[in-house]
Ligand binder design. Structure first.
Ligand code: NAP
Length: 317
């Protein structure tokens, strides 16, 4: 694919950048100062045929409109909420993502966040490092058990199902909500997020982000989860009404939260920082060496397939 000119929107991964540089004609958007990007894109517009983006660096309508020769957007993510799919369909632009290869890592992190939040693992670590164990004669606060808790999952897709399988090993009954009721014999379906929350101790958000799932965890859902309930979000920040979440946690109307994603990343509401019932992560669900390499290989494989007119490996559009 030496002749394929690819616009990379952000230095998201060293191996990805190196391989794109080696295999095709790479254009790095960040080489232009932010206030000159429109001119920079215009200068390359006639020849850019592919864009590689990520959740933090999307291919929205304005970018797509400015690239008349664009043929394919290969996303370095499974979620494609940062791509204007309607516009891509209208223009016949292909879109690919990176499903499956990251499922296990994201599911691991969801379970890890749930246990870390209930058992206060980060706080225990800070307690030891600060020398408080010695000073207080071992009296770290008692915490809450995870095993056996009712786990509610919004979105029993690839990642949601992997979370369900993991928590079953902790003797957790699994409940779920999504648009389609499936025939799982041991998982209980609820037709709404509120009903799911009312019947769960730990509520995990694992659905895709769309207009329908934006703020699917709203005040009503948080009230239903209640002061002993814990919210885990490894989906997208916009799944949760963050202002309501902060208020519910500060007021003690929600028991706790383990959050890998936020509405305005990398800005995290500072009101969360002093809270003892919250564990925060910098959007690292898929962030292991092996998975990120597998994601890069999928992005490259899709571009190679496109350049040689072969079927795409993981097409979305
Ligand atoms: P998937 O297999 O496509 O699953 C998506 C799930 O969302 C399905 O269960 C689907 O069920 C459900 N869903 C869709 N629309 C819904 C609606 N209106 N209400 C309720 N549920 C709805 O996707 P996946 O591979 O599991 O990935 C899920 C999401 O995880 C991604 O889209 C991404 O946002 C997020 N993610 C985050 C990280 C991270 O680093 N934190 C990493 C990877 C992925 P129905 O179609 O039956 O409704």
């Amino acid at each position: 694919m030496e002749s394929l000119e690819v616009l990379l929107l952000d230095p998201m991964n060293e191996y990805l950048e190196q391989e794109l540089d080696r295999r095709c004609r790479l254009v790095r958007l960040w080489e232009s100062p932010p206030d000159r990007r429109a001119d920079f894109v215009r200068a390359h517009a006639a020849s850019i045929r592919a864009v590689v983006g990520s959740p933090g660096y999307g291919a929205y309508a304005a970018l797509i409109d400015s690239l008349p020769a664009l043929e394919i957007i290969a996303s370095f993510s499974v979620g494609i909420d940062h791509i204007d799919l309607a516009k891509c369909k209208e223009r016949g632009i292909r879109v690919t993502n990176t499903p499956d290869v990251l499922t296990d890592d994201v599911a691991d992190l969801a379970v890890g966040l749930a246990i870390a939040t209930l058992r206060k693992i980060p706080q225990a670590d800070r307690y030891v490092r600060a020398g408080q164990w010695k000073n207080h004669n071992g009296a770290f606060t008692l915490t809450t058990r995870f095993s056996g808790k009712r786990v509610g999952i919004i979105g029993l897709g690839r990642i949601g199902l992997a979370i369900a399988r993991r928590v079953e090993a902790f003797d957790c009954p699994v409940n779920y909500h999504q648009r389609t009721k499936q025939a799982y014999p041991s998982y209980t379906y609820y037709p709404s997020a509120v009903e799911l929350a009312a019947n769960s101790d730990v509520l995990v958000v694992a659905c895709l982000l769309s207009a329908q799932t934006r703020h699917i965890v709203n005040r009503e859902v948080m009230e239903a989860l209640g002061p002993k309930g814990v919210l885990i979000n490894i989906g997208r920040g916009a799944h949760v009404d963050e202002a309501e979440l902060v208020a519910a946690l500060v007021d003690g109307r929600l028991g706790g939260a383990g959050l890998d994603v936020f509405e305005d990343e990398p800005n995290v509401p500072e009101a969360l920082f002093p809270l003892d019932n919250v564990v925060l992560g910098p959007h690292v669900g898929s962030g292991t060496h092996g998975t990120r390499t597998a994601m890069v290989d999928l992005v490259l494989g899709n571009l190679e397939a496109h350049a040689s007119n072969e079927p795409l490996l993981t097409p979305v559009v």
